[in-house]
Write a protein of this length. Structure first.
Length: 195
C-alpha cells in the first residue's frame, strides 16, 4: 500500500498492472489515501485498460475519457501505454513484476524517462517474487554476469534513488524470505532530481 503523502497528488495516475486483482487492490488503496478519499463521492474515476481484453473502440473510448479530466486512474500494461501522452498525469505506478533481469533493466530506463515528464514514479513489487526471480540467482544480462547489487545500483542510479534505501529494503526482504516470513511489499518512490 502506498500511503500519503505519496498519493496526495492532484491530477491523473497511471498504474501498470498485470492482473485485475492487483489493479483493484491498488484502486482501494488510492481511494483511501488520497485527500478526501474517505468522503462520499470522492472515489477517483477508475479505468481498466489492457488488464482485461478490450476492443480497439473500447480502448480509444477509455483513453478519451481518461484524458478528458483530472482525478482519474488508468490501469494498464506497459505495451498499451506506449505512445500515450503524459499531460496531466501526476504519478506513474509500476505494479507488474519484471519477468527477468533484462526486463527490469529496461523498465528502469523507461521509468527515468517517465519521471522526467511526470515528476513521481513508484515501484510496487512483491518482495517474495522479486527475491525468487531476481535476487537468488546470478543473472546474465548483455553477456555479463549481473548480480542483485548491480541491478539495484542501476535501478537506483537511473531513477535518481539512493542505493542505500534500496539495498536496505531488499536485504530486509531477503532476511524475511529466508526466515520463512513473507515480506508483503517493497515500495520505492523515485523523485526526479532534474540533474
Amino acid at each position: 500500500r502506498l500511503d500519503a503523502p505519496a498519493w496526495a497528488l492532484r491530477g491523473s495516475i497511471v498504474v501498470y498492472c498485470s492482473t485485475v486483482r492487483g489493479a483493484r487492490r491498488a484502486s482501494r488503496d488510492v481511494s483511501m489515501s488520497r485527500p478526501g478519499g474517505a468522503a462520499a463521492g470522492a472515489r477517483p474515476k477508475v479505468l481498466f485498460l489492457g488488464v482485461t481484453k478490450m476492443t480497439t473502440v473500447q480502448r480509444d473510448s477509455a483513453m478519451r475519457e481518461f484524458n478528458s479530466g483530472p482525478n482519474a486512474l488508468l490501469f494498464t500494461n506497459e505495451a498499451w501505454s506506449h505512445g500515450s501522452g503524459k499531460a496531466g498525469i501526476s504519478m506513474v505506478v509500476h505494479c507488474a513484476l519484471p519477468l527477468g533481469p533484462v526486463e527490469m533493466w529496461q523498465r528502469s530506463g523507461r521509468a527515468a524517462r517517465e519521471a522526467a515528464e511526470v515528476g513521481l514514479v513508484v515501484f510496487v513489487l512483491s518482495c517474495r517474487m522479486l527475491v525468487q526471480r531476481l535476487l537468488l540467482a546470478n543473472c546474465e544480462t548483455e553477456g555479463a554476469s549481473v548480480g542483485p547489487n548491480v541491478l539495484l545500483r542501476h535501478l537506483a542510479d537511473t531513477t535518481c534513488l539512493r542505493g542505500q534505501m534500496l539495498h536496505y529494503s531488499l536485504c530486509r526482504a531477503l532476511r524475511k524470505q529466508r526466515s520463512g516470513c513473507e515480506a508483503p511489499f517493497l515500495k520505492v518512490a523515485c523523485r526526479w532530481s532534474g540533474q
